[in-house]
Ligand binder design. Structure first.
Ligand SMILES: [Zn+2]
Length: 152
């Protein structure tokens, strides 16, 4: 069982005004089971878009405001830092991206890809995950709300 699952300080910082979501994280913390691990809730509660030997692509249960598409790319191993990924896992990366683009052709118009890790990176769940986001388009074809990964 992973020792680091939820970062509650960051959960309260981001979602403190959403009691339902905070409670969901508290339950995860209480049972100590990582939701992004293959034996976690991922297979039951997330819509799985695709898998490779080393990665899983799922739909975010709580898409960011302004996101038309919000997916997570997750390593199958409970890895908390990108520096812990093995070369064979990175080698699998183009395949999971190809699955994403094939299932969501909107990605061909552009997307944002973000990853945070550890406390300073601002994680809520320690299991490494990449956010793959396509914003809703405005009437001119630009982003209604631009994907912004700034600090703050
Ligand atoms: Zn995990």
């Amino acid at each position: 069982m992973p020792t680091e699952v939820v970062h509650m300080t960051n959960v309260l910082r981001y979602y403190g005004e959403n009691p339902e979501l905070v409670e969901k994280y508290r339950q995860i913390e209480k049972n100590g089971k990582c939701p992004f691990c293959p034996d976690g809730i991922i297979d039951n509660e997330f819509q799985i878009v695709g898998k490779t030997p080393d990665w899983t692509l799922v739909v975010s249960q709580f898409p960011y405001k302004g996101a038309e598409v919000h997916l997570f790319i997750l390593p199958k191993r409970h890895v908390i830092s990108s520096t812990d990924l093995m070369f064979f896992e990175w080698a699998d990366w183009p395949e999971i991206l190809e699955i994403a683009v094939n299932k969501y052709p909107l990605l061909k118009k552009g997307f944002g890809l973000a990853m945070r890790e550890k406390t300073l990176g601002g994680v809520t769940l320690h299991h490494l995950h990449f956010h793959l986001i396509v914003p809703k388009a405005n009437s001119e074809g630009g982003a209604e709300i631009p994907v912004n990964f700034g600090i703050g």
